[in-house]
Design a protein around this ligand. Structure first.
Ligand code: FE
Length: 139
């Protein structure tokens, strides 16, 4: 795939070979091997290649699949979808709308309120943990 100019070149050098395979060759990490399928911290999942905000922890749910799963993107316009007919299946591919990096697929068997299940590779994501509030003690 053509490398988008929106990809953060400083981030590119930090990506592992597996991350590049998933993002730019539409690879899939093995289930239950990624960094985030079992992450329950509050925060924002951003694109590993360009920092685009993709999914909030508020929409993350335990799908049992071994991949981070969300019922909605943080904003519709931050992702793009395309029909994917590889491997003898009809699926809807999800990509980052800023850099075109492959994220995963979306299925119609998700929970309420959307009924959608965004099944996303950890390799395509970075997690920005929500700042925990620091309570300042009096001087
Ligand atoms: Fe991106």
């Amino acid at each position: 795939m053509k490398i988008s100019p929106n990809i953060n070149s400083q981030k590119m050098v930090t990506l592992t070979a597996q991350q590049k395979h998933v993002l730019f060759e539409k690879g899939t990490e093995a289930a239950f091997t990624g960094k985030y399928w079992d992450n329950h911290d509050a925060g924002m999942y951003v694109c590993a290649a360009c920092d685009n905000e993709l999914f909030s922890s508020d929409t993350k749910f335990d799908s049992g699949t071994g991949w981070p799963s969300f019922y909605a993107p943080v904003a519709k316009e931050n992702v793009m979808m395309d029909s994917d007919t590889t491997y003898g299946m009809i699926r809807t591919e999800v990509m980052c709308n800023r850099c075109g990096g492959h994220l995963g697929h979306v299925f119609d068997d998700g929970p309420k309120p959307t009924g959608q299940r965004f099944c996303i590779n950890s390799a395509s994501l970075d997690f920005k943990k929500k700042d925990t509030q620091v309570i300042k003690s009096s001087p």
